[in-house]
Write a new protein. Structure first.
Length: 164
């Protein structure tokens, strides 16, 4: 394993600080949504994605992609959201094998109620603790990490399709 580029002591500290901050922040947001709105953050993200889509509806495969979720995990979550009356699933008119998830009026109202507490938590624990310069740096860093992972995912997909 001599070709492994081990992390330096400073890189280890940055990595651990980053992971701790992301984990604590995500857990805090999830607890806040559960406490105030009775839903986990994953359900909130699904409702947000649908609320921003044309006609508040997306094909399930597209919704899975937008939410960075597996299709099976998303299907389970949408089934739970259907039971709450927040989402309805219907057949895709252009492809009988596909289905569409649509945000109901009730789901849109629930999302609106949940959004206030969620945005307050995000503001208090992210935006309010950083300076404008740190926010700009965080945006640049986030875009760089996202771009690197997006490129890696595209490369993996090309390799997977090459094997077919």
């Amino acid at each position: 394993m001599s070709d492994v580029r081990w992390l330096s002591a400073e890189e280890q500290q940055v990595w651990r600080a980053f992971m701790t901050a992301v984990t604590k922040f995500t857990e805090h947001l999830d607890r806040q949504l559960q406490r105030d709105s009775g839903m986990p953050m994953a359900y909130y993200e699904i409702l947000v994605a649908l609320s921003e889509a044309p006609e508040r509806a997306l094909r399930m495969s597209e919704l899975a992609s937008v939410c960075h979720s597996s299709r099976s995990r998303l299907s389970h979550a949408v089934a739970r959201l259907e039971k709450e009356g927040w989402v309805e699933r219907r057949a895709c008119p252009s492809d009988r094998r596909g289905s569409i998830a649509a945000l109901t009026d009730v789901g849109f109202r629930v999302l609106g109620q949940a959004a206030a507490g969620h945005v307050t938590a995000v503001r208090e624990h992210l935006f309010d603790v950083l300076t404008p310069e740190q926010l700009r740096s965080l945006a640049e860093i986030s875009r760089a990490v996202d771009a690197g992972l997006t490129a890696e995912c595209a490369k993996v997909r090309r390799e997977e399709f090459a094997d077919l």
